[in-house]
Design a binder for this molecule. Structure first.
Ligand code: SF4
Length: 710
């Protein structure tokens, strides 16, 4: 007898949580119900493994709160009425037209995500830029990876991580900046650990907290929050002072050395130590270790990006690798570890920050090319990027933006200083929430809800952290009346198009064909790929071009690394830029009134705002509620007991959490995970990086008060 738990069919997909990009198979039973998940053995990324989120991913399809049907807020404003798709689209088209006619095209804004498929990003970009015509379109990736994008562009002339996971197998020294792989990217951690056991390279971890990764470090640098730039400058100072730089590489491949050298000369380790909190001998030791290694690489995540110096921090890492000749060679690289499963897809194709395929709104030839291909008058495009997500909410507060469309993002939990976000939502005349779940906190302010299919109810591609394009196939029909985001965008395009007849292909692979055409000859060329080839190879790294196919090159040989040849950087002269980075202390810092640093981060079982993992028992039972890590010495002074409740207070608001006494944090710091609603982001300040507009989630000042409240 076949039980209802027995798998009768396995369907290929790519995990829909983090950017590691694990190849996964979802097993369905005889009724077509998903009942199991397993890693794909032949996949380069995960080699059959999954983390705790992936193992239970089949439970997400019918998790509590799935959106079943479009919902329209009723006339009394208190509740929603179920409506048909036609009525929902009519209402949306009418409201957008009204807002744009009354207040101007840019008064309607769109904020998307890093969660939907690349073909969907591309189509949303076409709809936003070419049809609706708003310039205020961004993704929630501004909260996680904008600084990496900005830093790559400033150093190398283009976004696009130059390295890959295989670099762990070639490196002689690994430095991890603000990255806690075992909790955030467990399978990348496993790849790194396995390589380290074989090669024995030293692991240096820069993090103010003793994270799980820091516990495994050979050298842990518990840096003062927000001062990575000082450490980076001091490391390069030592390298130049001791003549350890790679002169030939610098000469052949970079500009700007002299100005950078003048700046780093100011960062003598003795002085730098006073700012960044790392003693001068350790700074010298690390600088020598990194520079003398034949191949050294740096990885980083939110600890660098989510800072007022985020973009500079990325450039600082690139500077370090350029002066030591560690870009474009196996084991020598700057690898940003992205957050969401398809954050890379939005960077490449979404048009959030420009036009598809890393094209720029600022460049007339890019506007011409895309306008011609889409059938849009290039004059219709704005000539520069509009507001980012972090600037859209203040613009709602001031009345500049009146309508907002959220696609698979939940700013009520994810944005800093949520009291301010609430005020902005209250001012909106029209809010559309498009999501797979109808119980996201942002629904409190929605006028219209569009139920979207979840990742493996659809077909299309994701790009992971190492530029690997992988595919997901539909495992089952979408839940209830929900539809793929691609279908929703296409239906809306028909309503908004007003007779211009811009083509919106209906099938995902037809969209992929458009993307292939537009990618030809560009850094992220995918013209040699197709869905069958991608699946057969369990993902292919870009660039993989028609020429690769003609020359019979295996997909694996395509784009393992970028910038492997001299002077192939994307600045006009082919050289990378070394950039002088003066440190300006512009953060909120602890004082008498608010004496603790507040640090925020992630837990291995949860993903983002728990829209999904919060509903999956096997994930949620291990971390069902928020807590605050506090050092026992600080707790004793404040009379706080382990597992008692405390009130954490900042200048923005307060939150009540359970105290967890642990040596993971120093005496002057507390840590609260960010996943939980109405919690730590009531406290965060969210000062912005001037280049990327990414908020500094990890630096705020708080005080701790005992409370009886639970
Ligand atoms: Fe999914 Fe990331 Fe876990 Fe891999 S490491 S199974 S991609 S959540």
């Amino acid at each position: 007898t076949i039980t209802d738990k027995q798998v009768v069919k396995w369907t290929y997909s790519t995990c829909g949580y983090c950017s590691t990009g694990c190849a996964i198979e979802i097993g369905s039973n005889a009724d077509g119900k998903p009942v199991a998940s397993r890693g794909v053995g032949g996949a380069d990324v995960n080699r059959g493994k999954l983390c705790v989120k992936g193992i239970f991913e089949h439970e997400v399809f019918e998790a509590q709160g799935r959106g079943e049907i479009p919902l329209l807020r009723g006339a009394a404003q208190q509740s929603f009425d179920a409506v048909g798709w036609d009525q929902a689209f009519d209402k949306m088209a009418a409201e957008i037209a009204r807002i744009q006619a009354q207040y101007g095209r840019d008064a309607f804004a769109i904020v998307s995500t890093g969660q939907i498929l690349t073909e969907e990003f591309y189509t949303l970009g076409k709809l936003a830029r070419g049809v609706i015509g708003t310039n205020n379109y961004d993704g929630n990736t501004t909260l996680c990876m904008a600084s990496a994008v900005s830093g790559y562009k400033r150093s190398f002339g283009s976004d696009g991580p130059p390295g890959c996971y295989e670099d762990f197998e070639h490196t002689d020294c690994l430095m991890a900046w603000g990255s806690n792989l075992p909790e955030q990217h467990p399978i990348i951690y496993w790849r790194m650990k396995e390589a380290q056991e074989k090669r024995g390279f030293p692991l240096i971890v820069v993090d103010p907290r003793v994270t799980m990764l820091a516990q495994n470090a050979d050298i842990h640098l518990p840096i003062t929050p927000g001062t990575d730039l000082v450490l980076q400058n001091a490391l390069i100072h030592v390298i130049l002072a001791e003549g350890l730089e790679d002169k030939a590489y610098i000469e052949a491949n970079t500009n700007g050395f002299e100005a950078m050298a003048v700046e780093v000369a100011k960062y003598d380790p003795t002085n730098a130590a006073k700012i960044c909190g790392i003693d001068e001998d350790t700074i010298r030791t690390v600088a020598r270790l990194y520079a003398k290694a034949e191949r050294a690489m740096s990885i980083w995540t939110m600890g660098i990006n989510q800072s007022t110096h985020g973009s500079d921090g990325v450039v600082g890492i690139n500077n370090l690798n350029l002066v030591t000749g560690n870009i474009g060679k196996p084991g020598g690289t700057s690898l940003s570890i992205t957050g969401q499963c398809n954050a890379m897809g939005t960077r490449e194709w979404s048009s959030c920050s420009g036009l598809p395929g890393y094209r720029a709104l600022e460049k007339a030839e890019d506007r011409e090319e895309i306008g011609k291909f889409w059938g849009v008058d290039p004059e219709f495009f704005p000539k520069q990027r509009g507001l980012t997500e972090t600037d859209i909410f203040p613009a709602i507060e001031t009345g500049q933006i009146k309508g907002l469309w959220l696609v698979a993002t939940n700013p009520m939990t994810s944005m800093p200083n949520t009291a301010r976000i609430r005020k902005a939502f209250e001012k909106l005349e029209f809010l559309v929430v498009q999501d797979s779940f109808a119980d996201v906190e942002t629904m409190e302010y929605a006028h219209l809800f569009l139920p979207a299919a979840i990742w493996a109810e659809k077909e299309g591609t994701f790009t992971n952290t190492e530029r690997r394009v992988n595919i997901t196939r539909p495992i089952k029909q979408a839940f209830g009346q929900s539809q793929s985001d691609l279908w929703i965008f296409n239906q809306l395009a028909k309503r908004f198009d007003q007779g211009r007849r811009i083509e919106f292909p209906e099938q995902p692979e037809q969209v992929f064909e458009e993307m292939k055409f537009l990618s030809k000859g560009r850094l992220m060329d995918v013209s040699g790929m197709n869905y069958a080839l991608i699946e057969a190879n369990r993902g292919i790294q870009w660039p993989y071009t028609e020429q690769h196919v003609e020359h019979g090159e295996r997909p694996k040989a395509g784009g393992v690394r970028l910038y492997t040849e001299p002077r192939t950087f994307r600045h006009p002269d082919g050289k990378a830029k070394l950039i002088a980075l003066p440190f300006i202390d512009n953060n909120e810092v602890p004082d008498e009134q608010f004496p603790f640093w507040l640090n925020t981060g992630r837990l291995v079982e949860q993903f983002h705002t728990r829209t999904r993992t919060g509903k999956i028992g096997n994930n949620n039972k291990f971390s069902p509620t928020a807590f605050m890590e506090i050092n026992p010495d600080a707790a004793i002074e404040l009379g706080i007991k382990h597992q008692s409740y405390v009130r954490v207070v900042s200048r923005r608001g307060d939150a009540v959490v359970m105290a967890m006494l642990t040596q993971r944090v120093p005496k002057n710091m507390v840590f609260v995970p960010f996943h939980f609603f109405d919690c730590v982001n009531r406290l965060t300040l969210g000062l912005l990086d001037p280049y990327s507009r990414q908020p500094a989630f990890k630096q705020a000042a708080v005080r701790i008060e005992a409370t009886d409240q639970v």
